[in-house]
Design a protein around this ligand. Structure first.
Ligand code: ZN
Length: 388
């Protein structure tokens, strides 16, 4: 069988039906219950004779792990995708959980981000299995929970508690038709401004933490973020104050105000430098009048792979075979589980999926069936190349 014939062991019709089944199985996060979705995926793989297990973190947070062994021992390629989706939201003209198929497109929440990507990965596993697993080593497939809320019970849990590891990984997130060799990172920080409480009739003897927080927000907004990396869709970092919480009572001068920041970061930036810049900014703002505490809440490390890495080359070659043209190679603006796969587990990773980022989290989200078929073929050809 040629690689193309192996890839074609799964049909467009089957890929469409798998995606429709997944879209029709709601898994909105919050609350993040993916139990039914995990069952659907478990059934799809088990029906093909692919060994699969469901690993429950809680009753509703379940991760699916499947393995497909090749003909000889060798390296492991990890296919990873998330089952949870953001809530449907409003303004839909289609049923967000209907999986309607219209003019070559499947509509529904998660069609692009990323049940289509999961279906393309499952389709690739099915095709390889039907063709008799003509590769060396193995494919590890994980369909995870909790991606939209930080991955602690999904990909991070699998790495830390289940010791999932591999030589290469592909994340099937929507990639807008390009091959993504990385994503920007995210740093969540919380600063607490500390003043001194007093009766509101005597602001002169108190220290108003909200006033200091207001000055801090203004100063942080003026910070110049100079670093640039053109390969990223958004080639700079960003900083936004996204939550603020302060004060106790209308007639009290507030002694505490907390601001929470979302800092998008490039691989050339470091958590240490970013934190230090913010610390200095806050120190200038508070002067001798107040004090502050700064802490990191959570970090998604930025990822950027070398374009000459064998994993990148295999995926790019597969793209060229399927599309008959070279792909654009970019870095995604938003962070994904690739951050943990690379940053926490140290595994080389690329992102490719049939979805479009512009549709993710939007009303009338859809995935194109032709894109599903191509993505499934690209995954299969990448496997046959890397695990030759
Ligand atoms: Zn996603």
């Amino acid at each position: 069988m040629t690689p193309r014939e192996v890839a074609e062991q799964v049909t467009a019709e089957e890929l469409r039906e798998m995606t429709q089944r997944l879209v029709r199985t709601p898994s909105a996060n919050p609350p993040g219950d993916v139990k039914a979705c995990a069952q659907v995926i478990g059934d799809l793989l088990a029906k093909e004779g692919i060994p699969v297990e469901q690993l429950a973190v809680t009753e509703t947070l379940v991760n699916v792990v499947a393995t497909l062994e090749g003909r000889r021992p060798g390296k492991t390629l990890w296919y990873n995708g998330h089952m949870d989706v953001v809530p449907a939201g409003s303004d839909w003209t289609r049923d967000p959980w209907g999986g309607e198929y219209i003019d070559g497109k499947i509509y529904g929440r998660g069609a692009s981000d990323m049940k289509g990507g999961l279906a393309a990965m499952i389709g690739s596993m099915v095709a390889l299995k039907r063709a008799g697993c003509p590769f060396t080593g193995k494919i590890l497939f994980t369909a995870v929970a909790d991606e939209e809320t930080g991955s602690d019970n999904g990909t991070v849990w699998l790495i830390e508690h289940h010791h999932v590891s591999a030589d290469y990984a592909i994340v099937g997130e929507p990639s807008d038709g390009w091959v993504a060799i990385g994503n920007r990172g995210v740093l969540w920080l919380e600063a607490t401004l500390k003043g001194k409480a007093s009766h509101a009739s005597r602001p002169d003897i108190g220290v108003n933490a909200i006033e200091y927080a207001a000055r801090a927000v203004t100063a942080l907004g003026k910070l110049k973020l100079a670093a640039r990396q053109e390969i990223f869709q958004i080639p700079t970092g960003s900083l936004a104050v996204t939550l603020i919480n302060g004060g106790t009572k209308v007639n009290m001068i507030p002694d505490r105000c907390t601001i929470t920041m979302d800092r998008r970061m490039l691989p050339v930036e470091t958590v240490g430098e970013i934190t230090e810049t913010i610390r200095q900014t806050l120190a200038e703002v508070v002067g001798k009048g107040a004090s502050f505490e700064l802490r990191v809440i959570k970090a998604w490390p930025p990822v950027l792979m070398d374009q000459d890495h064998p994993l990148v080359r295999a995926l790019v070659n597969a793209f060229e075979v399927v599309f008959r043209r070279p792909p654009q190679v970019r870095g995604k603006a938003a962070s994904t589980d690739a951050s943990f796969i690379r940053g926490l587990a140290g595994i080389p990773v690329v992102l490719y999926g049939p979805g479009l980022v512009t549709l993710a989290h939007m009303a009338d989200e859809y995935v194109d069936v032709q894109a599903l078929v191509r993505a499934s073929h690209i995954f299969t050809l990448t496997t046959l190349d890397l695990l030759a």
